[in-house]
Design a binder for this molecule. Structure first.
Ligand code: CA
Length: 225
């Protein structure tokens, strides 16, 4: 078991230090960089389990860092931005970050996100528990079970849940969910996604008192199973 080692790249030093203190209090070790120039090489050094990456940075910006890093590394990345609208744009760019967080965020929220991303990673060397899989999705039978009980989903609900659960933690916009879950179904619209999500949550809560779908304000949804 290994203590998770986190790299923070953030030019607001006060914020970086607060985040560092919270991560250390949560049992992790932390290094910080206050600008982007050396971030790619440092993050790719293999020393780190997760990168907390600010978008707007002096030197090399977060977008470039994320893209360059993704060419050679699957290091988990949480991107932080100052504008919620930015997140939508970043999602559209498919940069491959694992999560996005809008400033101002509470350090507690960041710690929770870091834990969630680390838990999703298959590497069992990291000293965090791996959750059991409660949800089983059978694409051949269009059937999803929670704790062994059939959720009795409609086809659209099933498609939506399957699309979300296929990429745990990835934040999807409503548009992305529409094209992923209903590529040939032109009768489904943006806000229809919301009503299907509501139904999914109701059914999962009824069967297992469980809601693995996270609403991302102003953006869309993510599956946090
Ligand atoms: Ca910044």
């Amino acid at each position: 078991m290994k203590t998770p080692n986190i790299l923070i790249v953030e030019d607001e030093t006060d914020l970086a230090e607060v985040v560092r203190d919270y991560l250390i209090a949560a049992g992790m070790t932390v290094d910080m960089l206050f600008e982007g120039t050396d971030a790619i090489a440092t993050a790719a050094s293999g020393k780190y389990d997760l990168l907390v990456l600010d978008l707007m940075l002096p030197g090399v910006d977060g977008l470039t860092i994320c893209r360059e890093l993704r060419k050679t590394s699957d290091l988990p990345i949480i991107m932080t931005t100052a504008k919620v609208e930015e997140i939508d744009r970043l999602l559209g760019l498919e940069m491959g970050a694992d999560d996005y967080l809008c400033k101002p965020f509470s350090p507690r929220e960041l710690v929770a996100r870091v834990r969630a991303v680390l838990r999703r990673r298959p590497s069992n060397e990291i000293g965090l528990p791996v959750p059991d899989t409660r949800l089983l999705i059978d694409g051949d039978k269009w059937r999803a079970t929670l704790d062994g009980a059939d959720l009795d989903l409609t086809r659209r609900e099933f498609s939506l849940l399957a699309a979300l659960a296929a990429r745990p933690g990835r934040v999807f916009s409503r548009d992305q969910l529409l094209s992923l879950a209903f590529p040939d179904d032109t009768a489904v619209f943006d806000r229809t996604v919301d009503s299907h999500i509501r139904n999914l949550r109701r059914k999962m809560n009824a069967v297992g008192e469980w809601d693995p779908i996270r609403s991302v304000y102003g953006v869309g949804y993510a599956y946090e199973g």
